[in-house]
Write a protein that binds this ligand. Structure first.
Ligand code: G1P
Length: 300
């Protein structure tokens, strides 16, 4: 079965970005000139996922507006003959089918994903976290989709992080398995959400891309609140890792070695803007020249 649904949880409060996120969803913060969420939806669509469900919460109305048409603005640009800007306005509307459901109460990532149960039904689906941007030049989601189709289980994305940082992430214990396309494809033997560094089973952090077997919904319904009193997706995946394939079990990992930006972190956000801007054909040449001069002033 070809996977074509993506779920993007976007109900978080964005407290790391206050005061910018007091009245603007963090997903709408611009990375160069596009809101962060648009990069994520574009990544999903590029991987063939044309049905996107955003899990939102209160004060997230601008997210829905962003994926809708703006007739007055479009008419004004058309009248002026500004077709370039008109295309930019329409880009987000033409990205496939974007649906919305609200989480109601902020009970954690696992609870957010559970809100997609009705929309997703009995098919495998992808989950993309809005804070994690994967550079569009680096391959990840399509590799994960192919691995899910091959194994029939669930697949998570992993990143090697310095051991001191593992307590900020879900952490995976892994082993090789027959049928892996390369050594960066592994089987998950255990998962733990945000372990203290000295209890972490590895330095492999879960990053925000998942391809899940629909059995995850029933597991989530029976998952008790975990770290932080929240229903954790990591805990549900730990359960799935221990279930037989006949019950939708088996969890695999793809170790990602490309560029990933955590736009939920202020320093990483700044790095993301700079790294994406220097490679933009329209802004890159001028920005690079300025950045070179500017960095000279820093070393003086
Ligand atoms: C969530 C997950 C965590 C994962 C992280 C990736 O945590 O719970 O397992 O490592 O996303 O970004 P959050 O960053 O929402 O606290």
């Amino acid at each position: 079965m070809t996977i074509h649904k993506a779920v993007i949880p976007a109900a978080g409060l964005g407290t790391r970005f206050l005061p910018a996120t007091k009245s603007t969803p963090k997903e709408m913060l611009p990375v160069v000139d596009k809101p962060a969420i648009q990069y994520v939806v574009e990544e999903a669509v590029k991987a063939g996922l044309d049905d996107v469900l955003l899990i939102t919460g209160r004060s997230k109305r601008t997210l829905a507006d962003h994926f809708d048409a703006v007739p007055e603005l479009e008419a004004a640009l058309e009248a002026k003959g500004d077709l370039e800007r008109l295309a930019k306005v329409r880009e987000s509307t033409e990205l496939g089918h974007v649906h919305f459901v609200r989480q109601g109460q902020p009970k954690g990532l696992g609870h957010a994903v559970l809100q997609a149960k009705h929309h997703v039904g009995q098919e495998p689906f992808a989950v993309l976290l809005g804070d994690d941007l994967i550079d569009e030049r680096d391959e990840l989601l399509s590799t994960m989709l192919a691995l899910q189709e091959r194994t029939g289980g669930s697949v998570i994305a992993l990143l090697e992080v310095p051991p001191a940082q593992i307590s900020m992430y879900g952490c995976a214990a892994v082993e090789p398995f027959d049928g892996a396309a390369d050594p960066d494809q592994v089987r998950i033997t255990a998962l733990v959400e945000k372990p203290p560094a000295d209890e972490a089973p590895s330095n492999l952090a879960i990053i925000g891309r998942y391809v899940l077997h629909p059995a995850v919904f029933e597991v989530l319904e029976n998952t008790a609140p975990g770290r932080g009193g929240e229903i954790q997706l990591t805990d549900a995946l730990a359960t799935l890792a221990g279930l037989p394939a006949s019950e939708g079990g088996g969890v695999y990992g793809v170790v990602f070695r490309g560029r990933r930006y955590d736009t939920g972190d202020r320093l990483d956000y700044l790095k993301a803007v700079v790294q994406i801007a220097v490679d933009r054909p329209d802004l890159g040449p001028d920005f690079r020249a300025w950045l070179g001069e500017f960095s000279q002033t820093l070393s003086d």
